[in-house]
Structure formats: structure tokens, C-alpha cells
Write a protein that binds this ligand. Structure first.
Ligand code: IMP
Ligand code: MG
Length: 175
């Protein structure tokens, strides 16, 4: 691939770190005595999840689920499948879903409905970023890092065609 996209920094790592700290404090307050099950949505949330849980100094469990929604470009296909499932029971657990971004909301609302059917004791959502202007289905975010403009973002776990996940800052990918 010869196309070299231009990247413009949106959030530097120190700003991300401060936001993750704030989210950890909010989550700690609500879950410190609940032994929650944190479910990270792969692949995008892995870096956020890793930073977040290191700041949570109480008992919890970590799970991952992988969904397919996006094809190779920047649009959600709207057809969502579970491609790697959970290995823990969700029933009667205090479940907190950890997302990288809520864009159209199609993926997250699919996942929340999927998990709700498994009868957790509670089900909440934490997302590092939110693009409210792109929403097609309503999704309420209980713990939100950043509201972001309608631009394509990469870095800190977020990819474009599987690239740029490793960048420590978050960038806007220019057209
Ligand atoms: P949704 O179903 O449209 O809400 O999209 C959800 C998924 O699309 C996210 O979990 C990301 O994996 C991906 N996505 C949406 N917007 C972006 C972006 O700006 N950068 C990278 N991935 C994105
Ligand atoms: Mg995702």
C-alpha cells in the first residue's frame, strides 16, 4: 500500500492518561465492592482496557469479545457477528463493557442486547470516545472519556485497516 495518510494529533498520551484516571475513579466508586466482569471489545479497546484496569485496585475479572462490523473501509456494515466469544458466565454478574469508540452505535447496541439476553445482574458501558453526530441507534454511555468530532480516529488501539493501533496518542486521519 503506497497511500501515506496524514495524521493530526487530537489527544496526546498525557491527556488520555488523565481521562483514564478520571474514568477509573468513577468506576472505582461504583464497582469497588461488586467484583465486576469487565468485557473489552476487541481489538480496539485493548490498550484502554490495559491502562484502565491497572488503576482499578479492587477485585474484578477481565474478559474479551470480538465482533465483526467494519469491512476494510471506514463504514460500519451494520451486519455484526460475534467472532470470538466470552469464556466466562455473564449470568448474575455485574458487567461493564469497555469500548474504544461508539460511532453509529450499531456494534455496541448489538453487543448490549446480546449480553442482556444472558441475564447479567447489571450491564453498563464505558467508552473511551463517542462520536454522537454519527449515531444511528441510541446508545447511552455510562462512563465516557471524550466526545469527538465526526472524523476518523486512529491510535491508542484504534485502527485504520489494522494499522496505527500502536500509537500512544490519538490522531485524526486526514482524507
Ligand atoms: P459502530 O458500530 O459504527 O458504532 O462502530 C463501532 C466500531 O467501529 C468501533 O468499535 C471501532 O472498531 C470502529 N470505528 C468507528 N469509528 C472509528 C474511528 O474513528 N476510528 C477507528 N475505528 C472506528
Ligand atoms: Mg470497537
Amino acid at each position: 500500500m503506497n497511500f501515506q495518510p496524514k495524521l493530526h494529533v487530537l489527544f496526546r498520551h498525557d491527556e488520555i492518561e488523565a481521562t483514564v484516571k478520571r474514568l477509573a475513579a468513577e468506576i472505582r466508586k461504583d464497582y469497588h465492592d461488586k467484583y465486576p466482569l469487565l468485557i473489552g471489545v476487541l481489538k480496539g479497546s485493548f490498550m484502554f482496557m490495559a491502562d484502565l484496569i491497572r488503576l482499578l485496585d479492587f477485585p474484578l475479572e477481565v474478559e474479551f469479545i470480538r465482533l465483526s462490523s467494519y469491512g476494510r473501509d471506514r463504514q460500519s456494515s451494520g451486519r455484526i457477528k460475534v467472532v470470538q466469544n466470552l469464556s466466562s458466565e455473564v449470568r448474575d454478574r455485574e458487567v461493564l463493557v469497555i469500548e474504544d469508540i461508539v460511532d453509529t452505535g450499531l456494534t455496541t447496541s448489538f453487543l448490549l442486547n446480546y449480553l442482556r439476553k444472558k441475564k447479567p445482574a447489571s450491564l453498563k458501558l464505558c467508552s473511551l470516545t463517542d462520536k454522537p453526530s454519527r449515531r444511528q441507534v441510541p446508545v447511552s454511555i455510562d462512563y465516557l472519556g471524550f466526545a469527538v468530532p465526526d472524523r476518523f480516529l486512529v491510535g491508542y488501539g484504534l485502527d485504520w485497516n489494522q494499522k496505527f493501533r500502536n500509537l500512544p496518542d490519538i490522531y485524526v486521519l486526514e482524507d
